[in-house]
Design a binder for this molecule. Sequence first.
Ligand SMILES: O=C(CO)COP(=O)(O)O
Length: 144
Amino acid sequence: MLKISFIAHDRKKDEMINFVTAYEHVFKDHQLYSTGTTGQRIMEATGLKIHRYMSGPLGGDQQIGAMVAQNDMDLIIFLRDPLMAQPHEPDITALLRLCDVQGIPLATNIATAEILVKALDRGDFAWRELVHKYKPGIQDGEIK
Ligand SMILES: O=C(CO)COP(=O)(O)O
């Protein structure tokens, strides 16, 4: 079971809901997280149970980022709105940066999200189970 996050900006939320609904059979076997409103919308539209953090502008991206910093998140689907400025742009940039620090698979548009979910479904994410098994002592705040 992997940890997966869904985040969508307002004008991308319908696209996210269609996507998660289409692949509900894949996502139901995993531990799901989201920012506040995205998670609420997905749960209203599907039978999935999602741990919701704060709404993005109130710190939700940072909360998911905290999991990424500990290498404790396996896949992020983040449908960003590239055509609208966000008040919490620094938080968004920070989350994307941390994904690159830890090498966490991240989709920022639906085309990539489709490819990643198909990879997930056929077992291409098994290496993440190994990451969890052999994760060094990050709980102790160890600096590598
Ligand atoms: O703003 C967001 C991500 O940056 C998403 O937040 P919501 O899911 O609460 O709309």
